[in-house]
Design a protein around this ligand. Structure first.
Ligand SMILES: [Zn+2]
Ligand SMILES: [Zn+2]
Length: 364
């Protein structure tokens, strides 16, 4: 019996030694991996450098320094720096040191200029914690007028549901208007397509007043600036004041996808909608929904109710809007769900609102 205990203790001691050994090995491996990553990130020390402009994105900065150094576009530069094409750059801890050496910008400014992977499903951008599906991480967007007037692109244009430049009130572009190629790393300049089209000669079309006001509101929240009620127009900012940027973006995506087709609406809410032709429609619809509260929302709910009928009863109207309410509960945060839910209740108790003709959406 005694011997058995002694043997057990010895086995335990051996096991403990083995565990310590493994732990040391893992630590050594991690140390080696870090040292390797440090060495494996290539350095490019460009002759002429530039600082990031206010709210500028890292790709825009790379385009500008490439041009300063007479490089054609940023493809070669990105290959030399071993950067992913069109994805986001926050995976490597030493990426900002590498970019600092290449461009001359400070580490703090660089971190504000690119999305960084946070905990699961969360991306950090400009100090905000955003759900990954609220950002378009693989497409490039520009406002042709900003590129013409300021010479750089803003980082928050990568917010997936945002379709409008708040300064110029025009739509953002994600494709060349001539050859329809997506704006990518392979264009020669920030504002020029490889087919030769200059985007600053092109008008992307004016957005509606409420869509511009919504874009202004989103940009102000992103920059943490005070919101002016004059520039936010018919969008009722008091009602949205309790929402954080992430909540507002999810609400915009929700309102933009409201339709009578439950399956289509679910699909739009479960995938990342980034193509600008669809984002424009959704953004305009969300702007209608948030303006002139609750009348704007009522017009979206009439749309969701489907085919018009003079025989609506409270029960049939409720039945036709259940999917909107269910999806709001599933997809929205507490405050924005409360807002939508109150709007739906108000709609149900206003028979007058059921009969008005649906607002005709601008076709663009
Ligand atoms: Zn602009
Ligand atoms: Zn083109």
């Amino acid at each position: 019996m005694r011997n058995d205990i002694y043997t057990d203790l010895l086995a335990l001691e051996a096991k403990l030694m083995e565990c310590r050994e493994i732990e040391l090995q893992i630590k050594a491996k991690e140390q080696m991996q870090r040292a390797f990553e440090q060495l494996a990130v290539p350095q490019v020390n460009l002759l002429l450098k530039s600082d990031l402009q206010p709210w500028e994105g890292v790709d825009s900065l790379l385009f500008r320094v490439a041009k300063l150094n007479h490089l054609l576009g940023i493809s070669q530069l990105k290959i030399a720096l071993d950067m992913p094409n069109g994805a986001f750059y926050g995976q490597l801890s030493n990426r900002s040191q590498q970019l600092q050496k290449c461009t001359g910008s400070t580490t703090e400014a660089l971190l504000e200029s690119m999305p960084v992977q946070g905990e699961t499903g969360i991306v950090r951008l400009g100090g905000h914690h955003l759900a990954a599906h609220t950002l378009s991480l693989k497409t490039h967007r520009i406002c042709p007028l900003c590129v013409r007037d300021h010479g750089y692109a803003r980082v928050y244009w990568g917010i997936a549901p945002l379709a409008v430049c708040e300064e110029h009130g025009c739509y953002l572009l994600d494709k060349c208007p001539t050859c329809c190629a997506s704006l990518g790393d392979n264009r020669p300049e920030l504002g020029k397509c490889r087919c030769g089209t200059r985007f600053d000669d092109y008008s992307s079309g004016p957005a509606s007043t409420s869509a511009t006001a919504l874009a202004y509101f989103i940009a102000a929240l992103y920059k943490r600036h005070a919101v002016s009620s004059v520039r936010s127009g018919r969008i009722e900012i008091e009602r949205l004041a309790s929402l954080e940027l992430n909540e507002l973006l999810k609400l915009v995506m929700f309102l933009g996808s409201i339709s009578s087709d439950r399956k289509g609406m679910t699909l739009n809410l479960n995938r990342r909608v980034v193509s600008m032709c669809l984002v424009r429609q959704h953004f305009e619809r969300a702007a209608v929904g948030l303006s002139d509260w609750p009348r704007g929302l009522f017009s979206l709910l009439r749309r969701a109710r489907g085919v018009s009928s003079r025989q609506w009863t409270p029960n049939s109207v409720y039945g036709s809007l259940i999917h909107v309410h269910d999806l709001a509960m599933d997809k929205l945060d507490c405050n924005s769900f409360k807002l939508v839910s109150e709007g739906v209740s108000e709609f149900l108790s206003s028979p007058q609102a059921w009969r008005e003709d649906a607002v005709v959406e601008p076709q663009r």
